[in-house]
Design a binder for this molecule. Sequence first.
Ligand code: GDP
Ligand code: MG
Length: 364
Amino acid sequence: MTTVRYIADSMAEAMFAARRNHGMDVRVLRAGPRASRGRRMAFEVVVEARVTATASRRAARAALARAVMAARIAAREATGTLEAAHPGARDAGALARLAARLRAQSLPEDLVAHVIASVRGRLDAAAAEEMDAIAHAAALSALTALMPVSEPIAPRGAAATGRPLVIGVAGPTGVGKTTTLAKLASIWRIDRGLRVGIIAADAYRVGAVEQLRTYGRILGVAVHASEGPSAAAEALARMSDRDVVLVDTPGRGHRDAARIGEIAAVLRAVHVDETLLVLPGASSARALEESVDAFRPTAPTRTVLTKLDESEGLGALVGAVRRSACPAAWFTDGQEVPDDIERADAAEFARRILGRGEGTAGAA
Ligand SMILES: Nc1nc2c(ncn2[C@@H]2O[C@H](COP(=O)(O)OP(=O)(O)O)[C@@H](O)[C@H]2O)c(=O)[nH]1
Ligand SMILES: [Mg+2]
């Protein structure tokens, strides 16, 4: 058996490095303080080195990044071509193929009409052989403009503000709330060195608190469980020295108005600065709309779009985000903590809807 040793100034850092390279369920053979070298205390984690998919995933990501760059250049060139083009015939074929692609991606019908109208205006001026490329570029810019996005939240630290930034996470069951919270906690704790706290509010489901405590242990982040609004407020009071406190809430069925009211009461009790509404890609347009409406009492300020890797109908999310009136702040596209999260990018989302390949030609 091959083993790998991680040595760091803190247990959390050593464990984090090990999990980052070997995955969340790596076998830990030894973890603890290390005979001190000089005056500094060190910690070590020894894990079993199995062949993991991490390297190939990195390679795939790099390839994806190159493909995105190529698409970006192609789109820019297509736009340039359009500007230089002379008036010509309209191409119903390119528009029909584009509309079919958008419908296949569950973009709401009114938004399909909007995109097609914008594209038609630009095709009027295009030559026949470049219709699809120009339709693709025009659709890309029309779709990009339809998706509201915001900068991700960047906590400034309690020293600057005198209190923790409090961020609630709400949404239906199983959409990725707890996973997303762990990704954010990890980024802020490990990458930015902030003091992070987690409150597991109303975590009635067996295992829900345990899931958070596991992340808490790995990240060196305190996790307090609480039941009801006043207990949540007490938990927050115990974390007043933190830079940022994340409040996890249990999922509720979107028809469960009473329970959603309880979640809203908890979030009010801790005076949240922001509430993230988590919406999954792998969900129907109808279910997403119902969730957006049902969770309005929790007063969300931004959306997080999860499970983009599992969805074939991303257009439905454009409709849902617009309906919520809360811009998207992050996208997630996998289960891996903390890797599979990125800042929301409207152009990137439009590209995912249209497909990254050869334009709209083969898309229907
Ligand atoms: N494929 C994929 N799975 C995810 C993503 N985010 C979370 N999950 C998985 O979805 C399941 C439910 O996640 P969890 O965070 O417990 O959802 P919660 O009930 O909303 O807190 C877990 O198996 C996660 O690993 C994502 O972006 N992509
Ligand atoms: Mg959860």
